[in-house]
Design a binder for this molecule. Sequence first.
Ligand code: TYM
Length: 332
Amino acid sequence: MEERKVIYSAVQPSGNLTIGNYTGAISNWVRMQDEYDCFYAVADMHAITVRQDPALLRKRTLELVALYIACGIDPEKCALYVQSHVPQHAELCWVLNSIAYVGEMSRMTQFKDKSQKHAENINMGLMDYPVLMAADILLYQTQLVPVGVDQKQHVEIARDLAVRFNNLYGETFRVPEPLILKTGAKICSLQDPSKKMSKSDENLNASIFLTDDRDTVLRKFRRAVTDSENEVRFSEEKPGISNLLGIYAAFRGCTVEQAEKEFAGKGYGEFKSAVGETVADVLAPIQEKQAQLLADKTYLQETLERGAEHAFKAARRTLSKVYRKVGFYRGD
Ligand code: TYM
């Protein structure tokens, strides 16, 4: 029998999730769970690299677990767990730290961006973020990492570290590949389409949150920045409209070309309402299911225990191999 491919991905519980997190990551995870061995985590250890309110972090962690399930992740089919529940992530990170270079980490785009944004708190964890992410991925002998465009550089570092370790100590890690889809992998801000849509944008009109109700979704799309033409067409010169076409295609499950055809000859007003309605139609049942799940904490906690147990077993296998290879004494 052919071995099933291993998939790993995670989201940080560091704010209100946006539709970018959904189309770039979670919605693709759902499609993969029948075919592959999937590990999906809540990356709480990554989240603390910028200051978090502890009570809020705890709350958001459970909300994210409920959201994964509400979006269609089936905990019977994959390992759904919280990163800090599986100690091997931190342990492997430490070993990888010894082969990761300060120079390469300081050149990472996200590190540079976040250092600017959080100039008062440029901590070691922020710089080490990609090494912890490499540990996440490599622990499970992952082949594919479904992420949005902004995480490609981090998956590449995970590849580099895997190859470097294998060259130094002998074949240990599988070298993972990023999986980035054509639509939905880079959703941009509705107010400034040159920037990615982000959980932490201060302008609340810039992002559609997965918790936004229908009226809010419709209003934000109505206010989305476009251009002075009146032609729904995908083009680099029309970043606002192109972004909306990408969102529509990702939520509709069609291609951008099909979306363009559908709105040929139609005005921006009609187009924006259609995008809003489509997104709101997808979000409503997810929100309802998430609320139901959050009412049953016992179920969520048991699910997480099972997920962590599953992940722990796989992680332990790789970590003991790593400890042996680097020369940690494990008895004669
Ligand atoms: P986070 O929480 O910042 O993002 C989670 C996922 O959402 C994608 N994403 C987007 N996709 C499209 N358009 C956007 N505007 C947009 N914004 C975010 C991200 O690319 C990501 O896939 N560091 C990771 C979390 C992580 C991880 C891992 C991922 C921790 N360990 C191991 C993969 C493998 C992150 O970006 O989180």
